[in-house]
Design a protein around this ligand. Structure first.
Ligand SMILES: [Zn+2]
Length: 58
């Protein structure tokens, strides 16, 4: 959490994502990358712009 420019990776989360900076739960999806076993999404906080990456099982 030291560098906001490097997205932190959260695993196996869906509706429980909380922005590590401002604590809000509203994100927009910047892009989705599909792999055979996992779906990675880059999300951006609507409130402060913090970016995080989430991994979901495909
Ligand atoms: Zn935020």
């Amino acid at each position: 959490m030291s560098d906001d420019r490097v997205p932190m990776v959260l695993s196996a989360v869906k509706d429980g994502i909380v922005c590590p900076r401002c604590g809000c739960r509203h994100f927009r999806v910047v892009y989705t990358r599909r792999k055979p076993s996992v779906i990675m999404r880059l999300r951006e906080c609507r409130h402060c712009g913090r970016r995080i990456v989430t991994k979901e099982r495909a």
